[in-house]
Write a protein that binds this ligand. Structure first.
Ligand SMILES: [Zn+2]
Length: 273
């Protein structure tokens, strides 16, 4: 998938250019400027890549953007799914998971139906207690139940469960403190933060040494782009992916994060399906 995608992408670009050239010549003779204009317009309409490779001193981390809160990470010989929900087609091109992290009980994070087809017999799970209570019995023996603040090592990956909750009075009903987990994973020295559903809580602002962050932002369930950008500027990840952002103004988020803190904002299309 990773190897094929750039080829498809280049092919699509070449095809778009050829089409625009053809249209330009057909309508306007050999006017040179218009085909270029059309070509740019078509390129901009192309979906952004949904697979990233991030180099680290100990090998690449692959990020597979799937949908909303659902994504996967490839690291070493391991595949980690985060909040796998949705139909089987979403996962068809991916390796099966060695590890599944679940952040919360809500249906955009936890789907017993999806787990039935994504898990192998060996897949390990990491979940908060509220999710563990709803897991099928056979899964529980390979599940590590983690509460906020707990640190465990699973498959040689250090996993810290961090808080994720609402603090705005009108939103307290969505995510109470202690029910859900965010996670910080250490992948060969690279620290990856997964926010779960949360606002800009003090525990997020005080995170240290985060290399890659996945930060939610959407109303009414989590937080505004202003809150998210402010928190990101406080803990300064090297790379931040807005995710779980349905309906939010990502350009505004990127502008608010700004250039000066050396934070790379990676905007990807998390709603293409
Ligand atoms: Zn959610």
């Amino acid at each position: 998938m990773i190897l094929v995608r750039p080829f498809i992408s280049r092919f699509a670009i070449a095809e778009a250019s050829a089409l625009s050239d053809y249209l330009g010549m057909k309508r306007f003779g050999l006017v040179g400027v218009l085909p270029l204009t059309l070509s740019v317009a078509i390129l901009e309409a192309e979906p952004v890549p949904n697979t990233d490779r991030i180099g680290t001193p100990k090998g690449d981390i692959t990020v597979y953007v799937i949908n909303h809160a659902t994504f996967a990470l490839g690291w070493s010989n391991l595949t980690i799914y985060v909040d796998p929900v949705g139909p089987q087609e979403r996962f068809g091109a991916l390796p099966r998971p060695d590890l599944v992290l679940i952040t919360d009980t809500h249906s955009d994070h936890f789907s017993p139906d999806t787990l039935k087809f994504v898990l192998t017999d060996q897949t390990r799970l990491v979940v908060p207690p509220a999710v563990a209570a709803q897991l099928a019995e056979p899964l529980r023996e390979r599940t590590t139940v983690m509460t906020n603040g707990q640190v465990e090592t699973v498959l040689n990956i250090k996993i810290e469960a961090v808080p994720a909750y609402n603090i705005t009075p009108a939103r307290l009903r969505y995510h109470s403190k202690g029910r859900g987990n965010g996670y910080v994973l250490t992948l060969g020295g690279t620290r990856v933060y997964i926010s779960g559903d949360t606002e800009d809580i003090p525990e997020m602002r005080s995170l240290k040494d985060i290399d890659i962050a996945f930060v939610c932002m959407n109303l009414p369930y989590t937080m505004t782009v202003e809150q998210a950008a402010d928190a990101v500027r406080a803990f300064r990840p090297k790379i931040v992916y807005p995710y779980h952002y349905r309906g939010s103004d990502l350009q505004k988020f990127k502008t608010l994060v700004g250039e000066d803190p050396s934070i790379e904002v990676r905007l990807r299309d998390w709603y293409r399906q």
